[in-house]
Design a binder for this molecule. Structure first.
Ligand code: NAG
Ligand code: NAG
Ligand code: NAG
Ligand code: NAG
Ligand code: NAG
Ligand code: NAG
Ligand code: NAG
Ligand code: NAG
Ligand code: NAG
Ligand code: NAG
Ligand code: NAG
Ligand code: NAG
Length: 594
């Protein structure tokens, strides 16, 4: 009866005998029946839910629907449904055949997973058999994560995490910190169940999440790795290295480590404490030393340590600045000593509150304790201080006011004598001012014609109304009682008649000379008129003529002035010299013009 070209009937052939007993008479060729299938709706059964097994692809008029499980055999029959009567046999079962032939299975259990077959007899007497598979899935319980190493050691161990789930058709997915595993050191097994981390580091702690799914359910578990690491090099806090005597030293030590490190403190190799904290109250100088924090990891058996060099110092006290000379005279060699009994201090020197720039004439001893000034100069007069410093404090000595005694030198007479001579008119007043540089200020003695005039005790020699016999040799003598040096200058005063004539010899020759003097006066007046504008220039030139002279040789210089050209200027003009010229310490002498 079966046709070799008809797969439908061929499929039926094993059960043909049974079909006979089921009063099925014939197998008709049904070209369309190849597409008739049983399709679960929803596609997957879920425990405790319902499913409808729909017949799809059947378009005929059915007389009967007979449902089987596993195979179309009588013993596997679930129910027979007669369309005309709408009667299901047996009726008192869980499964219900619906009028359109679908099989409704309520309250699914995992055991309902199976293949289901339906045999349809249509109004033409055709027999169509269709089948489909129902899989019932239960809810997934949390997967169990197992690890190959519960305490992997950093940079040494590999760890494999395996996710174990119950149920079928479970798919696995791993997440590390919410993202998929990536990188060279993570490897997934082909079934995605096992995640291997190669050569773990402390950052690989996780959490690791395994997600499992089947078509109807989902669950997940997390796992955190307990990675053993450290101890890393300890850190010591605070990092203060210097403490004053009497302070309390409190040092805290920490080190990255799992499990947490155990700490010991050592001072110069001797154990001081067996905790992370070291506290020493009221420290003394002998607490200076190397302190070591040692951290150990009991699991790895490793340890690492860190040193801190602590220095305990006394607070500095004011040093005592002394000089090896009290009465300092220019060109002396002077040594300052910064007196302190404290060790381990740096010494600095200050001049007028600013740090000292060593000049060529200054030398510091090896430890800066002594400042030597070779050939002290007047400009070295200043306030000197020394300062001692250690890491915790600094102290300055009282200022030492250095006074350098010098001079007298740079003697100058105003008005400036020309050829050693000053001319003054009869009845005019004469003011001679003598200037020197000196400390302490010089004492002045005036001599006239070699005789001391004890009325004149300052640097000024003054005559109200000059008379003829006031002419003569005047000497300014300046004396410094500390340096015991003195300097003098001679000036020849010439008294001129009111018409300008010099009557030093008396009135006798006056008339004769007066005539000559008159001529000279006229000449002089012309000279004055003519050179008034160039007065300063002339003076300048004069200065230049004297420039090559050394100040120290002033007396010689004075002698030479008379022989120099341009020195015949009238006294009046010389008196015009500004006060700046008088006090200019560098003196206006310049090089003679070629
Ligand atoms: C058959 O009937 C049931 C209930 O009315 C319905 O859920 C199902 O979709 C129907 N099947 C087909 C193939 O139409
Ligand atoms: C995961 O499984 C546990 C029992 O192991 C269950 O209580 C929980 O509801 C499940 N979670 C989900 C999302 O199904
Ligand atoms: C593990 O990693 C560390 C650095 O991360 C490396 O020094 C070490 O050689 C690695 N060990 C192995 C077995 O790959
Ligand atoms: C870790 O895994 C790597 C790569 O598979 C392997 O070469 C290495 O020997 C493993 N190390 C240990 C300690 O098992
Ligand atoms: C494993 O996971 C990857 C990516 O998540 C996926 O493409 C692959 O199909 C999975 N393999 C298995 C056997 O589930
Ligand atoms: C996971 O995230 C935490 C915090 O963001 C981080 O400390 C840890 O290193 C991360 N772990 C991995 C394996 O990326
Ligand atoms: C600190 O130590 C010194 C001696 O080192 C002692 O004289 C002083 O009394 C101590 N001070 C305190 C507060 O303990
Ligand atoms: C440090 O000095 C104190 C006195 O200042 C003394 O009591 C103590 O024994 C000394 N410690 C050491 C280690 O020398
Ligand atoms: C601590 O002192 C020792 C010897 O005095 C020296 O060798 C070492 O370099 C010092 N360490 C630091 C961090 O200064
Ligand atoms: C110091 O020396 C200079 C040059 O050698 C000299 O001119 C000056 O007079 C000296 N001063 C004293 C006060 O001796
Ligand atoms: C002061 O010390 C310096 C340098 O040692 C020395 O040359 C000088 O003679 C000393 N002066 C006195 C007065 O001792
Ligand atoms: C100084 O001596 C001269 C001549 O020797 C004389 O003419 C003059 O009057 C004397 N001057 C005084 C102030 O004694």
């Amino acid at each position: 009866m079966e046709s070799p070209s008809e797969p439908q009937c061929r499929a039926l052939s094993p059960w043909w005998g049974l079909l006979i007993t089921a009063s099925i008479l014939s197998c008709w060729i049904q070209p369309t029946s190849a597409q008739v299938t049983v399709v679960p709706n929803p596609p997957y059964g879920e425990v405790n839910h319902n499913v409808t097994l729909d017949i799809q692809g059947f378009s005929g008029q059915a007389l009967f629907y007979i449902w089987y499980r596993k195979a179309v055999v009588e013993t596997n029959k679930i129910a027979r449904y007669t369309v005309e009567t709408g009667v299901q046999e047996p009726a008192d079962i869980r499964e219900k055949v619906l009028p359109n032939g679908s099989l409704l299975i309520p309250h699914l259990t995992l055991n309902d997973s199976d293949s289901y077959h339906v045999l349809i007899v249509d109004s033409q007497g055709n027999i169509i058999v269709a089948q489909g598979h129902l899989t019932v899935y239960g809810p997934l319980s949390k997967p169990f994560i197992s690890s190959t190493n519960m305490a992997p050691v950093e940079n040494m161990d590999n760890v494999s995490l395996t996710c174990q789930a119950e149920g079928q058709d479970v798919t696995y997915q791993w997440f590390i910190n919410q993202s998929s595993p990536a990188g060279d050191r993570t490897v997934l097994s082909p079934d995605n169940r096992t995640l291997t981390i190669i050569n773990v580091t402390r950052e690989d702690q996780g959490p690791y999440k395994c997600e499992i799914r089947n078509p109807v359910s989902f669950n997940e578990s997390e796992f955190t790795l307990n990675i053993i690491y450290g101890p890393d090099t300890p850190r010591i806090f605070p990092t203060t290295l210097n403490y004053p005597v009497g302070a309390t030293i409190e040092l805290n030590c920490s080190a990255e480590s799992n499990p947490p490190a155990q700490f010991t403190w050592l001072n110069n190799g001797i154990q001081m404490a067996s905790s992370s904290k070291l506290s020493i109250a009221n420290v003394s100088l002998n607490h200076t030393g190397i302190y070591t924090c040692k951290a150990s990891n009991s699991v790895t058996g490793l340890s690492s340590s860190k040193d801190i060099n602590i220095t305990v110092s006394e607070r500095t006290t004011k040093p005592n600045l002394t000089a090896n000379r009290t009465n300092v005279i220019e060109n002396d060699t002077l040594a300052f000593t910064c007196g302190t009994k404290q060790a381990g201090v740096d010494i600095l020197w200050l001049i007028n509150n600013k740090s000292l720039n060593l000049s060529e004439r200054m030398k510091l001893s090896m430890n800066n304790r002594t400042l030597t000034i070779l050939s002290v100069k007047r400009e070295d007069s200043a306030s000197y201080q020394c300062e001692i410093r250690n890491p915790i404090s600094s102290s300055r000595s009282d200022p030492f006011a250095l006074i350098v005694n010098y001079g007298p030198d740079y003697i100058k007479v105003v008005p400036n004598p020309k050829k050693g001579e000053i001319e003054v008119k009869f009845k005019d007043s004469l003011i001679l001012a003598c200037h020197v540089e000196s400390y302490p200020p010089a004492q002045y003695i005036w001599q006239v014609n070699g005789t001391v005039n004890s009325n004149m005790t300052t640097n000024i020699y003054f005559i109200q109304n000059v008379i003829w016999k006031d002419s003569g040799k005047y000497t300014c003598l300046a004396k410094n009682t500390v340096t015991n040096l003195s300097v003098s200058r001679d000036i020849t005063i010439k008294v001129l008649g009111s018409n300008g004539s010099s009557l030093s010899g008396g009135v006798i020759t006056g008339i004769v000379i007066g005539v000559l003097a008159g001529i000279i006066l006229i000449g002089t007046l012309i000279y004055i008129q003519f050179f008034r504008k160039t007065k300063r220039v002339s003076k300048h030139q004069l200065s230049e003529n004297h420039s090559a002279r050394k100040h120290g040789e002033d007396n010689t210089l004075y002698e030479n002035i008379g022989q120099l050209p341009g020195s015949a200027l009238p006294a009046q003009q010389v008196l015009d010299i500004s006060r700046e010229d008088i006090y200019d310490k560098t003196l206006p002498w310049k090089k003679p013009e070629a």
